[in-house]
Design a binder for this molecule. Structure first.
Ligand code: ATR
Length: 284
């Protein structure tokens, strides 16, 4: 009896531990996604959700990473930018977006911050054939979510337009990413908004979380416009419903991006790339 308990204990002791830090985290699909990757790749791991607030984020992260088996973590809203300053080193992707959604504990115990949101989004958009090499993309929103995706969209040759309720924030992002490609802020008074045909509209606002639609000219949506919501829910989001109602045919929420960014995070941890489409089928 004792030896069975000990065997179980020593097996558990050697299992890699991961966690998601954020607020809120209880709705997260990440445990299911990583459970699937773990099964598919034959790598046992434990994944837990840690709800934190600004005041105890550092303490909770230090506590988690002080454990020998804690190998990595994911970071979600609203801490992706804060964690940039907690990591010991950053990948280029994390530096450019100035936000971290995944951490790997390196063999010397230091924390490497990465950002897989952008590559996860591109992977999903390509899989769905929502972009080609020269897409004109309208991003709604200029908060953390927009920040994480602009550089990768520019890198693949897209022209990016940013529309935001607070114009000043869109201007700041234009300035910040101008050196990487064609990026422009837009508002009602800018004639580009009336002249342009956008191939893809991405909702990077937090409106869907509140069941709201950002205020933007709905005549920009047509049957040829792909519409993508970074937010996801079990059913259609309010944004994808709104776009369909206004003539869009191809709409998607962010489930594919969620699983893809997790696959790139898993790759950072284990150098092995899980099967995204089979995980999509099992998780959702
Ligand atoms: P973050 O911390 O990432 O900035 P946020 O404050 O929830 O998150 O806002 C994310 C984005 O959603 C912002 O671009 C925000 O617009 P503002 O910059 O004007 O605040 C946008 N957003 C949130 N609620 C909105 C609403 N009701 N209508 C339009 N945009 C909204």
């Amino acid at each position: 009896m004792n030896s069975i308990v000990n065997k179980k204990k020593s097996k558990n002791d050697s299992i890699d531990n991961f966690a998601l830090f954020g607020n809120p985290v209880n709705h997260s699909m990440s445990p299911n996604i990583y459970k699937n990757f773990s099964k598919e790749q034959g790598i046992p791991l434990k994944y837990k959700l840690i709800n934190v607030c600004e005041n105890n984020l550092i303490k909770e992260m230090e506590l988690f990473f002080s454990l020998k088996n804690s190998k990595g973590a994911n970071i979600t809203v609203p801490f992706k930018e804060t964690v940039v300053h907690i990591c010991n080193s950053l990948t280029d992707r994390a530096k450019v977006s100035n936000s971290v959604n995944v951490i790997k504990k390196l063999s010397n115990g230091t924390l490497l911050g990465d950002n897989t949101d952008g590559v996860g989004l591109i992977h999903d958009l390509k899989t769905k054939k929502f972009i080609d090499k020269k897409s004109n993309i309208l991003i709604l929103g200029a908060g953390g979510a927009a920040l994480g995706i602009i550089s990768v969209l520019l890198e693949i040759g897209s022209t990016v337009f940013i529309w935001n309720r607070t114009i000043e924030k869109a201007k700041v992002l234009e300035k910040r990413f101008k050196h990487l490609g064609d990026v422009f802020y837009l508002n009602f008074f800018n004639k580009k908004i009336h002249e342009k045909k956008f191939n893809l509209i991405i909702n990077a606002t937090s409106c869907s979380m509140k069941n709201q639609i950002p205020d933007f000219p709905k005549y920009l949506i047509s049957s040829n416009t792909y519409c993508y919501d970074l937010f996801y829910s079990r059913k259609n989001t309010v944004f994808t419903k709104f776009c369909k109602k206004n003539g869009a045919i191809h709409c998607s929420d962010g489930k594919g991006m969620l699983v893809s960014q997790a696959a790139f995070a898993f790759f950072l941890w284990y150098n092995k790339f899980p099967n995204i489409s089979s995980s999509m089928d099992s998780v959702f």
